[in-house]
Design a protein around this ligand. Structure first.
Ligand code: SF4
Length: 444
C-alpha cells in the first residue's frame, strides 16, 4: 500500500482506520490492468443484476461474438439473446452497440487505450458522453481498467458509506462519487472500493445488517434496528388485508389513490366478519388504514364485533406517487430502470417518483405498530390495512425473518395471526383464507 496523505481531514483519518480493518478482514487487493473495452461492456451488463448473471452474459457474448467488431455489427436480436442472463437485455444490447459505434467513429478502431493519456476528468467526461454510461460505469473503467484515481460507487458502497457516516444520509449515488473522491485517499481507491463492497455483502446487508458481528461497529453511528417494544402480557394481533377492489381486478397498483370494493370484495367482508364474530370473543380494538377500501373492510368487521374502527394515518399503503394506478406490464415496459430497482426488494432506498421511499414506508408502519401495541396488553387487536402495510408490519414484528418480507403472499381478507407473549412474537397463521371459498390472489 502507498503512503497515506499527511495531515488528512478527520473523515479521511476515519476512512484510513476503516481501511486498515477491512484489509485485515478481507485482504489486500493488488491492482492489475484490464482491457478497458471489456470492462466497459461488462459494467454495462452488470447494471441492475448480480455478478453471476453479469459473468454468464459476458461469457455468452464473447463465445458468440469473438471480436468487438462482431458485437458492434451483430443483428440486435442475436445480441439481445446472447446477453439475456444479465436481464434488461433489450435496453443493454443497443447501448453496448451504440457505445462501440461511437468509439469506432471517433477513434477509427474499438479501443479505449487512448484514455490512459487523458487526465482523469477528461477521460471521465469522454466516457460519460457514451450511451448507457453513468458515473459508476465511467469510474469503474477508469479505476479498474486504467488505474486512474476515480472511485466507483455501487449500491453497497452507497449504503455502507452513508451508514458509516462518511457521506450525508441523503446523498444521491451520483453525488457520492464526488464526495468520496474528495475524502478517500486516491492511493486506496481500488482496495477500499472492493473491500467496502465485500463488507456490504458479508455483514452490512441492506436489510438486517449484522451490526453485532461487525468489525466497524465502534466507527459506525448507524443505529441497529431497534427490536420492537412489546407488551409483556398476552395479546393476539390479527392483520387483515382489505377486501378485493376494482384496481385489484384490473391489476393496477393503487397506493394512496382511491379504488372501490367490488361486489366480491363486499362478500369477502361479510364472510370475514362472520368468521371473526364466531372466533373472536376478546376483541379490544380495530385499527384501520384511513383509505376507503380498508375502512369499508374494517367497518364491516367492526359491525359484527360491536367495535368502532379507529383510523391510523400511518397504516396507509406505500405512496406510489406519480405511478399510482400503474400496472405491472406498464412498469416493465415504460419504466424499465425503475422496474429493475423495484424488483430488488433489498433496496430500501428505492423511491416511487413523487411518492415514498421504501425505508420511510417501513419506518412509519413500524411506528404505527409500536403505537398500537403500546395501548394494549391483552385481548385481540385487529389491524385492517394493505398488502404492503401488512408485510411491513410483519417485517417489523418478525425481524429474524426480515429477508422474507416481500415473499409473504397475502390475499384480500386473508387473516394473519400473531401471538405476542412475554415480549416475544409468534406467527400463528399466515394469510388464513378458510372463510373465503374463492379468493383473488394478490398480483402486486
Ligand atoms: S455497524 Fe452495522 S450498519 Fe455499521 S457498518 Fe457495521 S453492519 Fe453496517
Amino acid at each position: 500500500m502507498k503512503t497515506p496523505p499527511r495531515n488528512p481531514k478527520p473523515e479521511t483519518e476515519k476512512i484510513l482506520r476503516i481501511h486498515e480493518r477491512l484489509l485485515a478482514e478481507y485482504g489486500d487487493r493488488p491492482w492489475h490492468p484490464r482491457d478497458p473495452v471489456a470492462t466497459l461492456v461488462s459494467t454495462i451488463l452488470s447494471q441492475n443484476t448480480n455478478d453471476v448473471n453479469r459473468d454468464r452474459a459476458f461469457a455468452r457474448l464473447r463465445e458468440r461474438f469473438p471480436t468487438w467488431e462482431a458485437v458492434r455489427d451483430a443483428p440486435l436480436p442475436d445480441l439481445i439473446e446472447a446477453i439475456r442472463p444479465a436481464g434488461l437485455a433489450p435496453t443493454k444490447a443497443p447501448r453496448i452497440q451504440e457505445a462501440l459505434r461511437r468509439i469506432t467513429e471517433e477513434r477509427g478502431e474499438i479501443s479505449l487505450d487512448f484514455l490512459a493519456e487523458m487526465s482523469v476528468e477528461e477521460a471521465r467526461r469522454w466516457l460519460l458522453s457514451l450511451p448507457g454510461v453513468g458515473p459508476k460505469t465511467a469510474a469503474i473503467v477508469l479505476c479498474f481498467a486504467l488505474g486512474k484515481p476515480a472511485f466507483p460507487v455501487d449500491t453497497h458502497i452507497h449504503r455502507v458509506a452513508r451508514r458509516l457516516g462518511l457521506i450525508p444520509q441523503r446523498t444521491s449515488r451520483e453525488k457520492a462519487h464526488e464526495l468520496l473522491e474528495a475524502i478517500v485517499p486516491p492511493e486506496i481507491y481500488y482496495p477500499f472500493h472492493l473491500n467496502l463492497i465485500a463488507h456490504g455483502r458479508a455483514v452490512c446487508h441492506a436489510r438486517n445488517p449484522r451490526c453485532d458481528a461487525c468489525i466497524l461497529r465502534d466507527e459506525c453511528p448507524y443505529p441497529a434496528p431497534a427490536p420492537p417494544r412489546l407488551p409483556s402480557s398476552s395479546l393476539t394481533l390479527l392483520l387483515i388485508r382489505h377486501a378485493e377492489t376494482v384496481a385489484n381486478v384490473e391489476g393496477r397498483w393503487v397506493g394512496w389513490g382511491d379504488t372501490g370494493l367490488t361486489e366480491r370484495g363486499r362478500a369477502q367482508v361479510e364472510a370475514t366478519a362472520r368468521r371473526l364474530a364466531k372466533e373472536v370473543h376478546d376483541g379490544v380494538a380495530i385499527y384501520t388504514s384511513p383509505l376507503p377500501r380498508a375502512r369499508e373492510t374494517a367497518e364491516g368487521i367492526g359491525r359484527a364485533l360491536g367495535i368502532e374502527p379507529i383510523p391510523v394515518e400511518k397504516l396507509r399503503e406505500i405512496n406510489f406517487g406519480d405511478l399510482d394506478g400503474v400496472t405491472l406490464e406498464e412498469m416493465r415496459t415504460r419504466y424499465p430502470d425503475l422496474y429493475a430497482r423495484w424488483r430488488d426488494k433489498t433496496d430500501t432506498e428505492y423511491t416511487w417518483p413523487g411518492g415514498e421511499k421504501r425505508a420511510d414506508f417501513f419506518r412509519r408502519v413500524a411506528e404505527a405498530c409500536r403505537e398500537i401495541l403500546s395501548r394494549h396488553d391483552r385481548g385481540t387487536v385487529i389491524v385492517v390495512a394493505h398488502g404492503g402495510t401488512v408485510r411491513a408490519c410483519l417485517a417489523h414484528l418478525l425481524p429474524d425473518r426480515l429477508g422474507e418480507w416481500w415473499g409473504y403472499s397475502l390475499d384480500n381478507c386473508g387473516i394473519t395471526r400473531l401471538r405476542i407473549e412475554d415480549g416475544a412474537v409468534r406467527l400463528l397463521t399466515l394469510n388464513d383464507t378458510a372463510h373465503l371459498p374463492e379468493v383473488k390472489k394478490e398480483e402486486l
